[in-house]
Design a protein around this ligand. Sequence first.
Ligand SMILES: *Cc1c(COP(=O)(O)O)cnc(C)c1O
Length: 354
Amino acid sequence: MASASPIDLRSDTVTRPGEAMREAMARAPVGDDVYGEDPTTGELEDRVAELLGHEAGLFTASGTLANMLGVRTLVEPGKELIADSLAHVVRAEMGGHAVLGGVTTRTWTSPGGVFRAEDPLAMMVPDGGSYSVSTAAVAIENTHNFAGGLIADIDELRALRTGTADAGVAVHLDGARLANASVATGIPLREYGRLADSVSICLSKGLGAPVGSVVVGSAERIAEARIMRKRYGGGMRQCGILAAAGLYALDHNVDRLAEDHGNAALIAGAVADAVPGTVDPGAVATNIVMLKVGSGGSDGSTAAQFAARAAERGVLMSVLSSTTVRLVTHLDVSTEQAKQAAEILAELAADFSG
Ligand SMILES: *Cc1c(COP(=O)(O)O)cnc(C)c1O
């Protein structure tokens, strides 16, 4: 292990609150939020609803819970949600939509991870009658985590909105990293938000809060989601301490996401220069870089070995498959550290390409 503290690119969830955020948390007025009496949580919920162009918001302990509640307000038990095959809602939420919500799913495959409205639109069965499962909602993810932080094109999202509305099908937007999309494109959060019936956004990813997400929708749906949150065990008491971190993050950590995007581009560029084909820098849209590193060939080199070698040199990452690793830049990685990481990864990639 390198002696200095490692450059942790496993995820943008690893950020720690700094002094100013902790001060905001310590000062927050609080009350019992299950009684609806926590002013700071109320302020955060109203603020995020406003930002995303919806009537109401609900603070949750995780993005997974925010997605489960958003989806469940759109899909009744026994109906279906359709989603991209790499979507967080189907791959990384431990089956919660099915186990707790009774929601069934089908998936489409997006070539290269690029969202096309035609894929879900062609699959929908809005009225399955007494034979097929009826499609109640389509889930989209923006940015798309396991597709490498790709941004869904706004015109495709508009086409999805029109096509689903015509069929009476709802849209849930998993916007865990929607702020990254908005900063990268300059399209306001509200523009994205209004193209969906429910939207979740994470405060604990690139925005740097220690805990929390918000799900937004109509006042009626959010009232329903509030009841379900309590049912799932997610009612929180003096959570204004946590909501204050979210408010601080919205005030201070949105515009700076551009630095994370620049750092991701820098890393991708250096590795692509060293070993073309490892990553297409043009495909790095936000703060996530996917590297193809395991040859899978006779030497048996794998992405896990690449990650282990990088860890020995002080750079941490996630292993997504035998040939793919994921690097995520964030608030706690400086441009200087991104340059160091880029140099180390470029050298290792060259070693691995043999
Ligand atoms: C991180 C993430 C979530 C929520 O994750 P939690 O760990 O439950 O907060 C949801 N969707 C996407 C795309 C994510 O990356």
